[in-house]
Design a protein around this ligand. Structure first.
Ligand SMILES: Nc1ncnc2c1ncn2[C@@H]1O[C@H](COP(=O)(O)OP(=O)(O)OP(=O)(O)O)[C@@H](O)[C@H]1O
Ligand SMILES: [Mg+2]
Length: 324
């Protein structure tokens, strides 16, 4: 059975780099691995120098590794199209117009993006059978992690929506056929069925995330990134999804002892500042630092990625999820 590993963190800290490196580690350890990116910038394609689509595809050069890229904006669009198609076949023309307007509004709602993404994550989890490990490179907003942490809240919210929908069908029927006739519209109501489906997805996701998933946060040794990490740790902790480890990326390399001059002095000063921050991280956070990665001169891909994977001391074997 597949287990799931999530990497989160602020924009640009190195989530895609670390996720890809970790996926390589998993493959090295003999695990059939899928890396799922939600990065609209297609950075996974850059890392592996290969185009991916929203379905898993083998990564060239790495046996046992597949990758897919989910485009959240496209997901929102597909979601709406799908819904529209389904409703069009079931509703009257007048209703279709009304529903169209509402769907358009729903698209603008804050969270529509994350909700669509979340649905896609759940779909990937449901179809994870061919893999031993699925690595999620989450989007930079952080709200995806927040969403992941809240399936129960979402379930309650869906329950309320279903209640509302039932009441409005009830009213509609009362108006149409009076109180005597048996009620039939409720069954087969496309919106209710849809809501029920979502509810089941959230239930499933909650279970998987609690039992078969591990979370890691990537950060850089700078104050913004450290503050953001503190917030994410809190959010995930509250949702009882404890973060297993922190990956500190982009540490400044130390110059050789004999090196002198402004460049070397600058590097030494930076190394010192970062050392203090690392100490702060280790002192203040309960979550352990499981890996530190130095800044490379160039973008991390190809053989550099393999080096980084070697530096990434997250033991793939220890990464088994908590058993309940
Ligand atoms: N240790 C490193 N050394 C050198 N370059 C790095 C390192 N880590 C990441 N980078 C580079 O920094 C850029 C951003 O990294 P990456 O894409 O992994 O971040 P991200 O957190 O996924 O960003 P986003 O939030 O935009 O998805 C990339 O060009 C990547 O190659
Ligand atoms: Mg990324």
């Amino acid at each position: 059975m597949a287990t799931f590993t999530f990497f989160g963190g602020k924009g640009g800290v190195g989530k895609t780099t670390v996720s890809s490196a970790y996926a390589l580690e998993c493959v090295e350890a003999g695990l059939e691995t899928l890396v799922v990116s939600t990065d609209p910038a297609h950075s996974t394609a850059d890392v592996f120098d290969q185009e991916f689509s929203d379905e898993p595809q083998p990564v060239e050069g790495y046996d046992g590794l597949s990758a897919m890229e989910i485009d959240p904006e496209q997901e929102v669009q597909d979601h709406l199209m799908d819904l529209r198609r389904q409703l069009n076949s079931q509703l009257s023309a007048a209703m279709v117009n009304e529903v169209d307007i509402q769907l358009e509004m729903a698209h603008q709602t804050p969270g529509a993006y994350e909700a669509a993404l979340f649905d896609r994550f759940v779909e990937v989890m449901r179809n994870a059978d061919p893999y031993d490990r699925v690595v999620f490179d989450t989007s930079p907003t952080g709200s995806t992690l927040r969403l992941l942490a809240l399936p129960e809240l979402l379930e309650r919210w869906i329950d309320r929506l279903m209640d509302k929908r039932r009441r409005s069908i009830d009213l509609f029927e009362k108006a149409a056929i009076g109180n005597q006739e048996p009620r039939r519209v409720m069954e087969g109501d496309p919106i209710l069925a849809r809501l029920q489906g979502r509810k089941e997805r959230f239930e499933f996701a909650g279970e998987v995330l609690r039992e078969d998933a591990s979370f890691y946060l990537v950060l850089n040794p700078d104050e913004l990134s450290i503050r953001e990490t503190a917030r994410s740790l809190e959010t995930l902790g509250e949702a009882e999804l404890p973060v297993r480890g922190l990956v500190v990326n982009r540490l400044t390399p130390e110059p050789e002892p004999h090196e002198e001059g402004r460049g070397a002095t600058y590097l030494r000063d930076r190394v010192e500042t970062e050392r203090e921050r690392l100490e702060y991280i280790e002192r203040e956070f309960d979550t352990p630092v499981v890996a530190t990665i130095e800044t490379r001169v160039a973008e991390v891909r190809g053989s550099i990625l393999e080096d980084v994977a070697g530096e990434l001391e997250i033991s793939v074997g220890d990464d088994q999820p908590r058993t309940t």
